[in-house]
Ligand binder design. Structure first.
Ligand code: MG
Length: 396
């Protein structure tokens, strides 16, 4: 019978060469290309702003067997809660305190009038990444870039993300689309890249952080921060109690130093006007010094708390070192006292959520979150968390 053989013959009009590349494509689809291989290739071609570091091959320890999915939910809900508590965003902490008092609850939303948790860009892009991971099973940067451009209206979009998405829409390939910007717009949405690694961690975790981040921000401080944040979150998921306050900076700087390398960023704040160097060094020098001064208000550190990573990262690490054992206070301080308060609170929220779990977050903040990631799609966040549990946790 020649029927079994016929399936190997190309259909009419298809050359054997087309067929061969189709077979390669099918093989690739069955066994996705490792993120490390992609990162290796991007580094070789000079497309990725990062040091070619041994950290990228560093093994990732399995999670503690006592860790439940509650911690993963806490991480992603903490991000959404922090973002929502920070709305309306921006402005000086002292001004915001005078106008609204402390941010202990969601303020009435300007569109719905309801005092519920609503997302801005931080939550939207993070949960669009969750959708992407559910669809693809791993980070596919080209498809992730497409998801960001096609996801709908982004509330409070930052100018670097706007520029990156504009380039993508004009047909610029994803690996060339991310501006060299040290803003916090990639870092704020990076937490979901842990999801595909929960059951079978591999060093691909570090490369996934780089690939997902560089889609909108291809900058050494940003790329190093994405890996450092993922490292901190991963370690937090297995902790049984809050770490020593000195842990946060150490855990951050260890990968950040290797991946950022010897860069020279300048601080914007007048108090640090003569400072220049790598972000990791600013963090390593200034955060422990501010903690040693016994400060409660991050505004008193003088490094400012805006969207520039030289401000966001020390602010987040200061708040976590100071208040990491108390998720409510950490989030209230982040949402009340800082300039880019929604993003600072989203980052602090992801960390305290990973450490204390969903059950450790104030219940009113979870219950009063709308679950929106697009206008009118209430409850989506909670549905995506259920799907993420089924896909990346229950199915071993
Ligand atoms: Mg925002």
């Amino acid at each position: 019978m020649n029927q079994p053989e016929s399936q190997f013959l190309p259909p009419e009009g298809v050359t054997p060469l087309d067929q061969a590349s189709e077979l390669v494509r099918l093989a690739d689809a069955r066994q996705p290309r490792s993120s490390r291989v992609m990162v290796r290739d991007l580094l070789d071609r000079g497309f990725l702003e990062a040091e070619d570091s041994a950290w990228l091959a560093r093994p990732v320890s399995p999670l503690d067997p006592r860790t439940g999915f509650d911690r993963v939910e806490g991480m992603l809900l903490g991000l959404a809660i922090g973002d929502a508590l920070g709305r309306p965003e921006g402005g000086a902490g002292w001004e915001r305190r005078a106008r609204f008092g402390e941010r202990r609850d969601y303020l009435p939303n300007t569109h719905t009038g309801l005092p519920l948790g609503y997302p801005s860009d931080d939550t939207q892009l993070a949960f669009w990444t969750v959708e992407h991971l559910l669809a693809h099973g791993h980070v596919e940067p080209e498809a992730l870039a497409r998801a960001f451009t096609a996801g709908g209206r982004i509330f409070g979009i930052g100018h670097t993300v706007r520029e990156a998405l504009g380039r993508l829409k004009r047909g610029i390939p994803w690996e060339k689309a991310g501006p060299r910007s040290a803003g916090n717009g990639a870092l704020m949405r990076i937490a979901p890249v842990l999801l595909p690694h929960l059951r079978q961690p591999s060093p691909d975790l570090w490369s996934d952080a780089l690939l997902a981040g560089m889609v909108t921000h291809n900058d050494r401080a940003s790329n190093a921060s994405c890996v450092a944040m993922v490292r901190v979150l991963w370690d937090l998921l297995s902790m049984q109690s809050a770490p020593d306050p000195s842990w946060w900076v150490q855990a951050w700087v260890e990968p950040a130093r290797e991946i950022e390398g010897a860069t020279r960023y300048r601080a914007r704040s007048p108090r640090f006007s003569d400072w220049d160097g790598p972000l990791w060094r600013f963090v390593e020098e200034q955060v422990p010094a501010a903690l040693a001064r016994g400060l409660d208000d991050v505004d008193d550190t003088g490094w400012h708390s805006g969207a520039y990573l030289l401000e966001t990262v020390p602010t987040v690490l200061f708040l976590l070192s100071r208040y990491g054992d108390d998720p409510e206070e950490a989030l209230v301080r982040a949402a009340t006292d800082t300039w880019d308060n929604d993003t600072v609170a989203a980052l602090v929220g992801a960390a305290v959520g990973a450490l204390h779990g969903r059950a450790g977050l104030p219940r009113r903040w979870v219950e009063k979150h709308s679950g929106c990631i697009r206008r009118g799609d209430d409850g989506t966040i909670f549905r995506l968390l259920d799907q993420a549990r089924e896909r990346f946790w229950d199915r071993t």
